[in-house]
Design a protein around this ligand. Sequence first.
Ligand code: COI
Length: 357
Amino acid sequence: MAPPSILRDTEDGSESDMGENYADINWEGLSFSLTQTDYMHVMKCTKGEKFSQGSLIRYGNIEISPAAGIINYGQGIFEGLKAYRTEDGRILLFRPEENALRMKMGADRLCMPSPSVEQFVDAVKQTVLANKRWVPPPGKGTLYLRPLLMGTGAALGLAPSPEYTFLIYCSPVGKYHEGGRLNLKVEDKFHRSIAGSGGTGGIKSVTNYAPIYTAVTEAKANGFSDVLFLDSATGKNIEEATACNIFVVKENDIFTPAIDGSILPGVTRKSIIDIAIDLGYKVIERSISVEEMMSADEVFCTGTAVVVTSVASVTYKETRAEYKTGAETLSQKLQGILVGIQTGCIEDKKSWTVQVD
Ligand code: COI
């Protein structure tokens, strides 16, 4: 790992605590919201070149041209991953190279250069170390890292940006969904992505996210936790919720929509599939109709932010289906194993975790 170049100054002029102690915040009250931390990592490159050495700078606003590709034409992608503090004082990342590879896939789709897997993982590690005091104590939350890759060069015409910025900031977070059990509404008016491989549903393009606000705002106003989108070609098959993949359990089989270009290839999704297969379950990746889901035994969502969250009900038009939730469910079992590995409580036989310090 390259030695971190860290600015040690603080706004009040004192030397910063580079992470031996905890930040002075209420660790009991974390939610999934932004808490400003000390440092962010920034790396730039010009079109046609490769990313090289980045650096850590104080967390803060960035200066950007009003003609930047990200602002004008949405040339940007993001990632999300977490750092976990273990009971024995280590800090772990979970499969960060998967996020790096997914960022590369998105970058290729949007005509952007991307950091190498090594640069990505190294930058994540540096960001965590520089913000170590913001990694929550075990059991209180995680440090959420948000890598961004964006066209930051100025250009008026519709063309790839002349300059790119890779930036990672972070925030300590708690649960994404407070209640822990979701009541989903099947969205039958708006779609999340274009069906098939022609669209951008399979990458973490920034442009995939704001368009969900209309649907989710309306759903929340009607008491739902989130919406579940249907495929745009037939309007019959489930795709994913606003920030997570979906799984359906029927008898002893587990179903999830196949990665077909419109489904985000979630790192948690992939890990849960592997864990379930190891436990002896059959996992079937294919199209799943709303009707099939309505008659399932159990439904759950997966994602970095949501981890594994049970779905208590799904409402489609006038029909509401209710599902098994609670301690005896498969989702709880899978969640326990996943979080156990992520937090170092369960042996990591697959070498999924990466120690930071
Ligand atoms: C994540 O799970 O990391 C996400 O990207 C969700 C985000 C939209 C809040």
